[in-house]
Design a protein around this ligand. Structure first.
Ligand SMILES: [Zn+2]
Length: 382
């Protein structure tokens, strides 16, 4: 049984992340995430991507994917941004709290990226991020340099393949030394460390001599090789041999990077659950309010008493759309979360509103639950 790694390319869709001189964080994140996934998949890990296209997912959705897949590790890829261009540079990895596999892997990744020339800004504890807080598995968020640092961008572009390899190796190393994980031999770690001798106690498994493709993610069969780039190194059918590997010292081939923007049709669901519109930003990077104790698991009850006709009724608006299908998508998604949701036409727009609540207190209670789930909310009164 291979380890399942859920790789999460930060931001996406209308959420560009940080922007610097036309460079969008969401694109860097996706490119690198897919490259890391190829290395991991080739080396025997089961790799799941939260997104493989330019689509928006809420932080909670990303965590839910990892939980549904029973991930052994969740890795979110981001790029940092400072208030002033070229003020800061370096890599930093965020974890929910100290200790365990996540901290070990975070340290591995930081050190390995430092070896490529990045400044190592260390580990930061972030207990408010939904992707770290809501994931059942160990989770890390890697800020792979600052997108508004020219120095970091040069490293990102010129050492792109090495960065993917080093992050994958840092992950693999963590599983190799983690004592509490299943005892499957980490055969995948061997080809990823060509400079280290084979460990005699971890022989290659004869029944799995070739690095298995993840069966549910068959490496984009519908989009085979680009004929103009036949020698791409990251193809799972040929790369990462111990004898011709991704040595950090090996000169990079910046002119033939991964084909990041079109691979890996995922088998994961979440298609209907990307309903949010650019007109309704959801603050994906900091949705969780840690001090709010509400549990979001029992929001609306159909048995709720309806208010008298002359009493005010409150609803919680969670979206406002121009396109009706986007509103109904969100309605569908929220109904799956257990909410009673209506689409309310408002002029040319369509509001998605939760509940008919008899009191402002009750509305605030539900609103807290919604905020905990990453929604931007607005209480409205009928
Ligand atoms: Zn980001």
């Amino acid at each position: 049984m291979a380890y399942t790694i859920v790789l999460d390319a930060g931001h996406g869709g209308y959420d560009n992340g940080a922007i610097y001189e036309g460079r969008l964080e969401k694109d860097d994140n996706l490119d690198l995430t897919l490259a890391i996934g190829e290395v991991l998949a080739y080396n025997g890990f089961d790799v799941i991507f939260t997104r493989v296209d330019d689509v928006y997912l809420s932080p909670v959705e990303r965590a839910q994917i990892a939980n549904a897949e029973d991930a052994d590790l969740f890795v979110s890829i981001h790029r940092n941004s400072g208030p002033t261009p070229n003020e800061y540079n370096g890599v930093q990895t965020l974890i929910y709290d100290e200790g365990g596999l996540k901290q070990e892997i975070a340290e591995n990744v930081n050190e390995r990226l430092e070896s490529l020339g990045f400044t190592n800004l260390g580990i930061d504890i972030r207990n408010q991020l939904a992707v770290l807080r809501r994931t059942d598995s160990p989770a890390i968020l890697i800020e792979v340099g600052f997108i508004n640092s020219d120095e970091d961008n040069v490293l990102f572009d010129e050492r792109f393949t090495d960065i993917a390899y080093e992050i994958a190796s840092g992950i693999s190393d963590g599983f190799e030394t983690e004592g509490t994980m299943p005892t499957q031999p980490m055969r995948q770690a061997q080809p990823m460390q060509p400079t280290q001798p084979m460990q005699p106690t971890q022989p290659m498994q004869p029944t799995q001599p070739a690095q298995p493709m993840r069966p549910t993610q068959p490496m984009r069969p519908t989009q085979p090789m680009q004929p103009t780039q036949p020698a791409q190194p990251m193809r799972p059918t040929q790369p990462m041999r111990p004898t011709q590997p991704m040595q950090p010292t090996q000169p990079m081939q910046p002119t033939q990077p991964m084909q990041p923007t079109q691979p890996m049709r995922p088998t994961q669901p979440m298609e209907p659950t990307q309903p949010m519109e650019p007109t309704q930003p959801m603050e994906p990077t900091q949705p969780m309010q840690p001090a709010q104790p509400m549990q979001p698991t029992q929001p609306m009850r159909p048995t709720q008493p309806m208010p008298a006709n002359d009493s005010p009724v409150y609803r919680i608006q969670v979206g406002l759309f121009r396109t009706p299908s986007n509103a109904t998508n969100l309605q569908y998604y929220m109904s799956r979360l257990g909410y009673t949701v209506d689409v309310v036409p408002q002029g040319e727009l369509y509001a998605v509103q939760v509940g008919r609540l008899p009191s402002i207190e009750r509305a605030q209670e539900i609103e807290r639950a919604l905020k905990l789930q990453g929604f931007d909310t607005l209480i409205v009164r009928e």
